[in-house]
Design a protein around this ligand. Structure first.
Ligand SMILES: Cc1cc2nc3c(=O)[nH]c(=O)nc-3n(C[C@H](O)[C@H](O)[C@H](O)COP(=O)(O)OP(=O)(O)OC[C@H]3O[C@@H](n4cnc5c(N)ncnc54)[C@H](O)[C@@H]3O)c2cc1C
Length: 452
């Protein structure tokens, strides 16, 4: 079944993430029809997925249904479905249910997947944090390890209570800090575990944590993690992963049933369906107006896009890049329909921030905002504030704020629910990265690339 052509110019946006939603918002008063297609009926606020995985927030707090977001747009429709391929000459996108969507302009905003970088066993045994389901599955799995340990006095020796995180970029650091805090809560539930000590091992091949940050921030983050009990292994790579252990490049075998793979991302495999030679990180080369050189009607934005005009450079894979690119594509489409000229895309760095745990955050401003840097409690507050502003949906903001305030004062985490589901292996891990390019962004560590 092919969706009939509409009379007005039809913009098809694949992916209702940060970039895709920014396109729809930017076009909402334009004389075009917009269809947003996504494999989920909700937008996922990925920066808070680790909070779901560690019971800090409930799943509904970090997602918002797309129909609700575009309800007031008038010219935008949502379509639930997974895009599998494109007929670029016929200007159609194919969906996994066999249907096709026609477009006049296509915007690929499908994000990224984790790369396994050739490390054996990652696809089968590692957990990743890319979707809401994966965050809930990881949370369930973590809590199951405590349940198993409660029944077996030797569980800790078998690695049940050892949680390994690959990659000390922002996601790895945030996950490590949050896990340690979860342990303090969970231990109260399990008097049987008095003699068994859970631990977090953070494995990073480079010399420090939080790669993209300044050395002072990195040193502070590492110190804070160690002080909170995280076993930080720098200059170390994971070379093999099995169900009950990981092997490090120094020959050590760590017994564990939980490896969280936060070690670098690559563009979504749909990028390969555009018929162009991909750049570093399997990202799509685009012009300074963010479309394919040979096909001005096909735009690529966000985590899947390269830097306009640069074959080897890459923007950080962060929400701000996707949002700014999405807005820019909206401006280019509007300019085209009014017959005016559009400006080239320019990314404006808004700084970076990460959280290590309670009262410990780091934030760095770009030079044009004074280049300031703050950590500790101010960094933590700044992080909370910014994430609340960007979290979509008023109800989500109220709910997340209430939960954080409750957790802060009670030292509790109520979302400690074990839900059934797939527990290992993820669709969000891309094939072995033949092109193991760095993920230079906010969260990605180039750890695994070096490990490969
Ligand atoms: C755990 C984690 C923590 C992060 N923390 C931060 C942070 O603190 N700050 C920050 O700035 N950035 C952070 N990021 C990065 C940020 O989330 C991404 O850079 C941003 O989401 C990229 O936006 P996008 O629009 O390119 O893709 P996404 O936001 O990933 O959206 C892609 C959308 O495409 C949909 N999709 C994928 N495949 C298909 C298909 N075949 N058919 C239909 N739909 C499809 C997906 O369901 C998704 O909704 C984090 C990312 C992760 C995973």
């Amino acid at each position: 079944m092919t969706t009939p052509r509409t009379k007005r110019h039809h913009v098809l946006v694949v992916g209702a993430g940060f970039g895709g939603l920014a396109v729809a918002r930017s076009l909402r008063r334009s004389e075009v029809d917009v269809t947003l297609v996504d494999q989920h009926n909700f937008h996922t606020f990925q920066p808070l997925l680790y909070q779901v995985a560690t019971s800090g927030l409930g799943a509904e707090d970090v997602a918002h249904q797309v129909r609700g977001i575009v309800r007031g747009h008038g010219n935008a429709r949502f379509r639930l479905g997974r895009v599998t391929d494109f007929d670029l000459d016929g200007r159609r996108a194919r969906l996994d249910d066999g249907s096709e969507l026609h477009y006049d302009t296509l915007v690929l905003a499908a994000g990224a997947v984790y790369g396994d970088y050739g490390v054996a066993g990652v696809r089968e045994h590692a957990f990743v944090l890319k979707s809401l389901q994966e965050a809930v599955e990881l949370r369930s799995h973590i809590l199951r390890q405590f349940e198993a340990a409660a029944l077996d006095a030797h569980a800790a020796d078998e690695g049940r209570l050892t949680f390994v995180i690959a990659g000390a970029g922002p996601t790895g650091v945030e996950m490590a800090g949050a896990l340690v805090e979860l342990f303090a809560v969970v231990r109260k539930d399990y008097p049987e575990l008095a003699a068994q000590q859970p631990r977090v091992v953070l494995v990073e091949p480079t010399a420090g944590v939080l790669g993209p940050y300044t050395s002072a921030t990195r040193a502070y983050a590492e110190r804070t993690l160690r002080r909170r009990g995280v076993d930080v292994r720098l200059g170390t790579s994971i070379v093999r992963v099995a169900r009950d252990h990981v092997e490090l490049d120094d020959g050590e075998r760590l017994a564990t049933h939980t490896l969280v793979w936060a070690a670098g991302v690559r563009a979504h495999p749909l990028a390969e369906r555009l018929g162009v030679t991909l750049g570093p990180g399997a990202r799509v080369p685009v012009t300074d107006r963010l479309h394919l050189e040979e096909r001005p009607e096909v735009f690529v934005i966000g985590d899947a896009a390269g830097v306009p005009g640069h074959a080897t450079r890459a923007y950080p894979q962060v929400a701000q890049v996707a949002i700014q690119m999405g807005k820019h594509v909206g401006r280019v489409i509007r300019a085209r329909s009014s017959g005016t000229a559009s400006a080239p895309f320019r990314y404006r760095d808004r700084g970076q921030m990460a959280i290590i745990g309670r009262n410990a955050g780091v934030a760095e401003l770009p030079k044009r905002f004074g280049g300031g840097r703050f950590g500790g409690f101010p960094g933590w507050l700044a992080w909370l504030f910014i994430h609340l502003i960007y979290l979509p949906g008023h109800q989500n903001r109220v709910s997340a704020l209430a939960t954080w305030v409750y957790n802060y004062f009670t030292y509790d985490r109520h979302a400690r629910l074990v839900l059934d589901g797939r527990t290992r292996g993820s669709a969000a891990v891309g094939a072995s990265a033949a092109d193991p390019s760095p993920a230079p962004g906010h969260r990605a560590s180039d750890a695994a690339r070096r490990a490969a």
